[in-house]
Design a protein around this ligand. Structure first.
Ligand SMILES: *Cc1c(COP(=O)(O)O)cnc(C)c1O
Length: 296
């Protein structure tokens, strides 16, 4: 498979009249360019789990996710590259036809275990995966190693050039890593992609108790809830692409970019702010859409 290419990560300036009129500058950190399948932030969140598995001699990485999970596919790819066995515990019964994501994960060698939604909620682990040698990675890579891995993302930009680091938040692991790495006096602005996910701020702070930067969690840009993608969101993503030539995904970065535009419009960011928007990848999930829905 194609290797991950860190040299392709760039910071692309956004030349939008809205930002100019509000005296804002904004760049996008393009983690989506590292690899077509391996979601940018997932790769970073996994790196220390992989190191632990190798160091401790675990032979199998075990993790959890849904049918379109970026985390599942990134885990499958990362394990393939490290020649580690891996298993995915998948929410819901096995469908007659696998999603693109699961088919690609299986192709990369991941063993898939389908469990009911109830069992999934209860974090049930099939007996075969409770053997010694199996290392469990929490869903989304949430945990101190995940945050420490995400902190290394900011090595790919000049951190001192920004006042605000803006990212999408699911489990909050990436946001916690950014908080660890962002210089004092800067702000990490997190757009929650889940509806009423009021525990997000606590989950982030739990992974970063001595946050040197300020944390701002923004609710209200979930577009109906996790993975919901009403026509307004799709229109916004197409519009964004027309203006910036940057593709977004329906679950995370589409919501991030829409939110940042709306927040800029409402003067949420003080004039003179310099924003770094994290394009955390995830484009493979757009394969769940009907062809032609997006213009990119
Ligand atoms: C998983 C994911 C996120 C959210 O990361 P968390 O660390 O769970 O908050 C953001 N963007 C993309 C593209 C993702 O795949």
């Amino acid at each position: 498979m194609q290797p991950v290419d860190f040299t392709s990560i760039s910071t692309d300036p956004l030349e939008l009249p809205l930002f100019r009129s509000k005296e804002l500058r904004a760049d996008v950190l393009r983690l989506d360019r590292m690899h077509p399948q391996v979601s940018g932030n997932k790769w970073f969140k996994l790196q220390y789990y992989l190191d632990t598995a190798i160091r401790e001699g675990s032979n199998t990485l075990v993790t959890f996710g849904g049918a379109w999970s970026n985390h599942i596919l990134a885990t499958a790819a990362a394990c393939r590259m490290q020649q580690l066995r891996c298993a995915g515990i998948i929410r819901g019964e096995e469908p007659a036809r696998l999603s693109h994501t699961l088919a690609a994960a299986r192709q990369l060698g991941m063993e898939l275990y389908f469990i009911s939604r109830e069992a999934y909620r209860a974090k049930f682990i099939p007996g075969a995966l409770r053997e010694p040698g199996c290392l469990l990675v929490p869903e989304g890579g949430y945990g101190p190693p995940g945050a420490a891995g995400a902190a290394t993302i900011l090595q790919y930009c000049n951190v001192d050039a920004y006042t605000h680091f803006c990212c999408a938040g699911g489990t909050g692991t990436m946001a916690a890593g950014l908080l660890q790495a962002a210089p004092p006096g800067t702000t990490v602005s997190v757009i929650s992609v889940l509806k009423n996910h009021h525990g997000l701020e606590k989950d982030i702070r739990h992974l970063c108790p001595q946050a040197s930067a300020r944390l701002q969690v923004v609710h209200g840009y979930h577009f109906g809830g996790y993975a919901k993608h009403p026509p307004e969101l799709l229109a916004c993503m197409n519009d964004w692409f027309r203006q910036t030539s940057i593709p977004a995904d329906i679950v995370y970065t589409g919501k991030l970019f829409s939110a940042v535009l709306a927040l800029a419009q409402e003067d949420f960011f003080p004039p003179g702010s310099r924003l770094l928007l994290l394009h955390s990848g995830g484009l493979q999930g757009n394969d769940s859409l009907r062809k032609g829905t997006l213009i990119f």
